[in-house]
Design a protein around this ligand. Structure first.
Ligand SMILES: Cc1ncc(COP(=O)(O)O)c(C=O)c1O
Length: 378
């Protein structure tokens, strides 16, 4: 139940990848038939990724994952402004791949506005509009949040950006395979994708770059990926990404309804059996697989360990911040009080979870929390 951290690779994805480790091992830049076989596979994977998000094949740049896509999308636009002080707008609840990129850009002289979110984790559109300046070059706001699953008003933001001629990037790492993601419907110029969150392999991802967007490379080399991401392509990983994106699009309706059913059942069972609990994020504008709960007077880490002993994997806050034991920035941003923040769990469901597992989880949670509360000095 920690699918927002990563997912198992789908057997169909593994089957698609396997030949590209051994008999079809060519380098797609080679002119002989081994190379051309790899080049053809690369172009088929590109088409699959493009089709799954309503893009054209030549608008897809393969990367090593969500982090690199976010870096390329944001820094690639800002490089244009070398020598000038550019302004970027983002939100306070972005993933570190975006936030730390923005902090770096501030350190080299650019200016960043971090727009707040309300107590349900939704960005304030009026505040975003009010923060647009003459020199705003880019807006980057995530499609769905990795901790509390809130879905942002991307169409509203893209309209604002378009009216002012500002590029708009969104991180769709958590939304793909859970809610519809179509680059034209969303109206974005740049969109980040990661394979391992959607039952594909780790170390593969893509950046959608709308035709006409002036993007600069962050690395220099042999000219692959239209010079925007040079280096010999990770063909097995890219094939896996293509297959995972294809499957995510094919299964979207079925999987999202199924996961929402599991999610709603878990929430209902938790609220029926445990006191002093709150659901973080938005009641409706949330990912179908996300349940973020805060239990008063319990430590998240203790819950995590006790659930782990029962064979259940969850996360406290986000997987990235959970090692640091710092209070979650996202939960702080929605105004949650410290006694609730410390007792927070992110439960992120997947298509292979079952209703029996939901029942087991609800029972384990009730037992774990009552034991911890009995022991707690709080
Ligand atoms: C919203 C979001 N963006 C970016 C990333 C980073 O993706 P990757 O692990 O592929 O680098 C993650 C991973 O947790 C994420 O949840």
């Amino acid at each position: 139940m920690d699918h927002s951290a990563t997912t198992p690779v789908d057997p169909q994805v593994v089957d698609a990848m396997l030949p590209y480790f051994s008999e079809k091992f060519g380098n797609s830049s080679s002119l002989h038939s081994f190379g051309q076989e790899a080049a053809e596979a690369l172009s088929m994977a590109r088409q699959k990724v493009a089709d799954s998000i309503g893009a054209q094949a030549d608008e897809i740049i393969f990367t090593s994952g969500g982090t690199e896509s976010d870096n390329l999308g944001i820094r690639g636009i800002l490089h244009e402004c070398t020598g000038q002080k550019a302004h970027i707008i983002t939100s306070v609840i972005e993933h570190p791949a975006v936030l730390n990129t923005c902090i770096y850009l501030e350190s080299i002289g650019h200016e960043v506005t971090y727009v707040p979110v309300d107590d349900e984790g939704i960005i304030d559109l009026a505040e975003l509009e009010g923060s647009i300046k003459e020199n705003t070059s880019l807006i980057s706001v995530m499609h769905a949040n990795n901790e509390i699953g809130t879905i942002q008003p991307i169409r509203g933001i893209s309209k604002l950006a378009k009216d002012k001629g500002i590029y708009f990037h969104t991180d769709a790492v958590q939304s793909i395979g859970k809610i519809p993601v179509d680059v034209n419907d969303l109206g974005v110029d740049l969109l980040s994708v990661s394979s391992h969150k959607i039952h594909g392999p780790k170390g593969a991802g893509a950046l959608y770059v709308r035709e006409g967007t002036e993007l600069n490379a962050l690395m220099f080399g042999g000219g692959q990926e239209r010079n925007l991401r040079p280096g010999t392509e990770n063909i097995p990983g890219i094939i896996g990404l293509g297959e995972a994106m294809y499957l995510a699009a094919q299964r979207l309706d079925t999987d999202s309804k199924y996961m929402a059913g599991l999610r709603d059942s878990l929430i209902e069972k938790v609220f029926a059996s445990i006191d002093d609990v709150r659901l973080n994020g938005h009641a409706v504008k949330r990912l179908p697989n996300n349940v973020n709960l805060s239990f008063r007077s319990v430590e998240g880490e203790s819950m995590l360990m006790m659930l782990d002993l029962k064979g259940i994997a969850v996360s406290t806050g986000s997987a990235c911040s959970s090692r640091s034991l710092k209070a979650s920035r996202v939960l702080t941003s929605i105004g949650l009080s410290p006694d609730y923040i410390h007792g927070s769990l992110r439960i992120s469901l997947g298509r292979e979870n079952t209703m029996e597992e939901i029942d087991y989880m609800a029972a384990c949670l009730q037992e774990t929390i009552s034991r911890l509360r009995e022991m707690s000095a709080l």
